[in-house]
Design a protein around this ligand. Structure first.
Ligand SMILES: [Zn+2]
Length: 211
């Protein structure tokens, strides 16, 4: 299971990632389950679209579920090397009518790569919309019926609009990380938006567990 942790700035996480972890790992299936911290592993993050920096991701283990619990800072998705803001930016530009060529030129990527990112985010929006919007309505104590989406494009638009309303309603200040806000509320119940569904590949490099 993956748990997203709030993390306003990347540099603070790089300097002291353990300070963003809870004192004790909690199993999302049942908080009374026994957990223990495990090794961390490192992954690259291509912050400026060119240079790769190393980030540590921390794992815990639920003894009762026999399952790994990984703690992900909100700005990073399971497999892609770019920070979440980059994926969100190209998705929002696409929804606002920007061409793939424009979006990819800005970050010096191949338009085919950017097209893959957008396609992935749109297809996941269609899967997530039915689960995420009812959750947002609950969090905002709204009783209106959510609109249904008839296409992946509409699903992504609805999700982004409702996530923006949630950010405003809860004083979440990072409007370029609405996908991260979405993941923060998932409590491990859905896969992280914007990353490929399935297994995130780790490059295991052990450091001492926190504490
Ligand atoms: Zn458990």
């Amino acid at each position: 299971m993956r748990i997203t942790i709030p993390c306003p700035d990347v540099q603070s996480y790089e300097e002291n990632p353990k300070s963003f972890l809870p004192p004790k790992a909690t199993c999302v299936n049942d908080p009374s389950h026994r957990t223990q911290w495990h090794a961390s592993w490192s992954r690259g993050l291509c912050w400026d679209h060119v240079h790769v920096r190393t980030l540590f991701i921390f794992n815990a283990y639920c003894v009762d579920c026999r399952e790994t619990i990984s703690y992900w800072p909100e700005f990073v998705l399971p497999y892609p090397r770019e920070p979440l803001e980059t994926y969100e930016e190209v998705l929002v530009e696409h929804l606002n009518g920007a061409s793939l060529r424009e979006s990819s030129a800005k970050i010096a990527y191949d338009p085919r790569t950017v097209s893959r990112w957008i396609h992935l985010a749109l297809s996941q929006a269609l899967v997530l919309v039915g689960r995420v919007i009812p959750c947002i309505l609950r969090l905002l104590s709204e009783t209106i019926l959510p609109l249904s989406a008839s296409s992946d494009w509409e699903a992504a638009q609805l999700l982004m609009a409702w996530l923006r309303a949630l950010a405003q309603g809860t004083d979440f200040p990072r409007f370029d990380r609405l996908m991260g806000l979405c993941n923060l509320h998932s409590e491990g119940a859905w896969d992280l938006w914007g990353g490929p569904l399935g297994n995130a590949k780790s490059r295991v490099k052990e450091t001492s567990p926190p504490g």
